[in-house]
Ligand binder design. Structure first.
Ligand code: TA6
Length: 320
């Protein structure tokens, strides 16, 4: 009799354990998701969500990441209070994709045209390495239109994978293929705008001893002698041949954002400060205090891509 009773108790316990594990798995599967929806002004937007609560939002317009939140729902990217979500204006903030021309280093409008085009979702991308498998991701594709070929006469296929890792990291992998018959050159950047508590609290580390081109002084070349870069006036520099990791420390937030680059030699540091911010119509007057751009880039040595070849680079952003 007692053994029957014990058997019943054990069975009920096992059944309860099984159903609770099963319920966990169901909610896990529900919480890690990709949603295609409408954003500001009805523009198509993709939302990636991870099990622990981190999220990423990106617009098909520009393949532009506009939000990256940690598991506590805190926003890690800066988007201007005056950002215009209306083509053909590029969205001010988030992560503009700068291709095929950084700044005015060529014949195109500043920062090229990838950030001003509507990308498509690529449902059939060529295989990626399996290390992104734990993440939730979306694949996007940009090909030039007839009009693009008139201003930049080079056929390409640009495949971008945006992944939100299990631990909340944001990984962006770009693969640019030359599908033309001639080689072409380009420059490139992930133009990351990070949200900061106050620019006076920010330190950028990882640049000591490196040469940089100062955009505020006609790209004159200097050498950085500081361990830690603090910002108290306009800064607009292209650091050349930087290490794979650069970091943005925010003392007040007690937060470090790490930019880990793969295949991208350069890093840009930009804050317009008060006077120049006034000349940027889609930036709020005090917004410069709340942002710093630390960009993963290929500028110093433009990329030369031969027909049939693919250039593959990535950045991984982590906030701890
Ligand atoms: O990456 C820095 C920079 O090239 C600056 O010179 C500054 O002008 C900024 O980008 C923003 O450029 P945009 O064309 O978006 O106004």
């Amino acid at each position: 009799m007692i053994s029957h009773f014990l058997y019943l108790i054990i069975s009920i316990t096992l059944w309860m354990q099984y159903t609770s594990v099963y319920a966990d798995e169901v909610s896990t599967a529900k919480n890690k998701s990709i949603e295609i929806t409408k954003g500001i002004n009805g523009l198509d937007k993709v939302v990636l969500s991870q099990i622990h609560g981190s999220t990423v939002e990106l617009y098909l317009y520009g393949a532009h990441v506009t939000s990256w939140k940690n598991e506590h729902g805190e926003e890690l990217l800066f988007v201007s209070s005056k950002a215009i979500f209306q083509p053909p204006t590029a969205i001010r903030g988030g992560i503009p994709i700068i291709f095929p021309q950084f700044s005015n280093l060529g014949p195109l409008r500043s920062h090229g045209f990838a950030r001003n085009r509507v990308w498509t979702i690529d449902n059939n991308p060529s295989p990626f390495p399996s290390k992104t498998i734990n993440g939730v991701f979306v694949d996007l594709l940009l090909k030039p239109t007839e009009d693009d070929l008139k201003i930049w006469p080079h056929s390409f296929e640009y495949r971008l994978r945006v992944t939100l890792g299990l631990n909340g990291d944001l990984i962006m992998t770009s693969r640019i293929r030359n599908v033309d018959t001639k080689p072409f050159n380009f420059t490139f950047a992930y133009h990351n705008y990070f949200s900061v508590s106050n620019i006076s609290e920010v330190k950028v580390v990882g640049m000591k001893g490196l040469d940089y081109l100062d955009n505020t002084k006609n790209r004159t070349r200097f050498t950085e002698n500081r361990d830690v870069i603090t910002i108290n006036s306009e800064i607009d520099r292209i650091y050349l041949s930087t290490p794979k990791k650069v970091a943005v420390l925010d003392h007040k937030k007690k937060q470090t954002i790490t930019v880990q680059k793969d295949g991208l030699l350069d890093a840009v540091v930009w804050n317009p400060w008060e006077e120049r911010a006034k000349t940027i119509v889609d930036l709020g007057a005090d917004d410069y205090k709340l942002m710093v751009c630390v960009e993963a880039a290929a500028i110093g040595k433009p990329i030369i891509l031969k027909p049939g070849k693919e250039w593959k680079v990535s950045q991984k952003l982590s906030a701890r």
